[in-house]
Design a binder for this molecule. Sequence first.
Ligand code: SAM
Length: 630
Amino acid sequence: MEQGQAGKFTYSLYAVSFHDARGVLSFRAPLEQDLQTVEQVESILKADMSRLLKADLVPVEMIPHDTQRGPDLNLYGLYAWQDLYTPRQLLTLSTFLDLVREAVQTYSTTASQEQVTALALWLAMILDRCADKNSRLSRWDGSYVKVQSASATHSLNLMWNFPELNGATRLWQLSAETVAGDYNKLCGLARHITPQGDNVKESPVDHIDVRDAANLFDIADQSVTAVITDPPYYSAIRYAEIADMYYVWEKRALGAILPDLYMEELCNKELEAIANPGRFRGIKNAAELADRDYEVKMERAFSEYYRVLKDDGVLTVQFNHKDSGAWDILSQTLINAGFEITATWAVNTENPNSIHQAEKNAVNSTVLLVCRKRIGLGAAWWEEIQPKVRRAVMDRLPLLQEAGMKGIDLYLAAFGPALKELSKKWPVRTRDNVDVRPEAALREARSAVVDQRMIQVTEGHYVQIDPVSRYYLIAWDCFLTHEFPFDEARLLALSTGDVSITELRDKYHLLAKKGNDVVLLTPRERVRLGEVKLQAADYPRMVDALHASLALYMDDGIGAARRFFERTNLFTNPDFKQYVELSLKMLPPRTDEHKALVDMLNSDIKLRSTFQMPLFEGIEAETHEQPRLF
Ligand SMILES: C[S@@+](CC[C@H](N)C(=O)[O-])C[C@H]1O[C@@H](n2cnc3c(N)ncnc32)[C@H](O)[C@@H]1O
């Protein structure tokens, strides 16, 4: 970083790809001539810079500091948008921009204003795509052998290795093909489908508008049959901050033709409905202000939808976020705006190829909330609603599980029926006259899923498990990974009961904090911390006994594990036996802990015959399912 800030962050060409005589993509080390070309381009750019700047062909705008659209680019010495490109990339893009302007200028002598605007937009979109594919933020994807665009991760990240496409041919050509393909797909969607008897009539959509959802001033009250919205998911993506990277090129290509859209230095972030603490930088409580800002903007948009919808109209909201705080805010705004959630659908949207979803603990499902104007008048008591919420979730869970929902997706899908029950009457208050937020229903939903899962894995038998050990199983079962958001871990602890997240962290050392996440500690880590004793006389917490045996097995083999079981006599403890069996069912099979447990039991006939391993045949291979509606 220091080198970057001192302007010494350089890079060198280390491989050249080419198609060999058979057309197969191959790589070779750079030749002297390649290296000379790179140097030549640097000199050309230097010599030409004042002309390029004068003609406004270089994005010189400064990159705002610390925006959270990814790691702060300023830290690496990237201060202006032009710094995102090597000299060769920058020269290529500035040349394209120059040619775009020239083409538009030439065309405008013979074509109508509408045609000129269409051509300019088309070429600007291709230029955008070129900037996306041809920067120090683009990524070489070795598994698909292709260049991934800078925006593919939904954040702006400087890459230590990056590819460059041949600016003379491939870059423009490929980008033009992508834009044409996307445009065709969009046209396929933008059509009216009107049923006419057994047939359908198709006609093109006559009007597409781009505007702030909170301001639909020219749409009359109660004139719309359906509103379908896919709003920003809380803080998940900084659309406008990311779009700056493209805006600076577009502005130069289109500013003269569409001045109203490109008046500002960078994208307008004021109207954007996302929870963005970056907008409140330097102010105390920036995170809370960002939440409030999102809430107000979403509520304004939902109120507009309420106003324009006919009384029997339908609003469908698509939502996807692993953070239940985001769910609380979204549903509160929906209900406050006058809507009742009348149906919910969980859609499995898992995409194994998507980079931004391939992160740990990603959510693979989206929930569609179907809403109508609330007719039920009057308030309700939470004490009456609470059991109904639980029942609604319990009733829905079998269907969700049948459809393949598990882990965090199951918990999120359970929010739908809970919110449906809650939103029938509003406001909801406790008997002590305290207003209830949707988070109360979400808590109930989470607790219902926990109970249901325990009933399922224990096959309905009552099992005595201490709270720490119970949390360990539930956390694996819910998050399916050892690292997950702190706040969700805290809420899960509230749902499983009797132990707080602080105790789990500081008293029992079951997990540790890592940034905004927590990590479940491994058996060896807990032994190292002194929390799990290998030589203890007895183990009041089942998870400690399990971890002691696993740590011994992992470090010293089956002999050590066997001696441990003989010394502690845990074989004869039915509670421990059941805990091991539940661990086999609830720990994800690909984890080190699960693999070690299976290995340990398999390595010893006595252990194997003591502990039943009911799931061994049933362990499913990880599958990637197609998007599916249910
Ligand atoms: C979840 S995305 C929708 C993605 C879209 N369904 C698609 O498949 O491309 C949310 C979108 O809402 C836009 N947005 C943010 N604030 C807005 C506002 N105030 N009015 C209208 N749209 C807004 C964002 O720019 C983003 O494009």
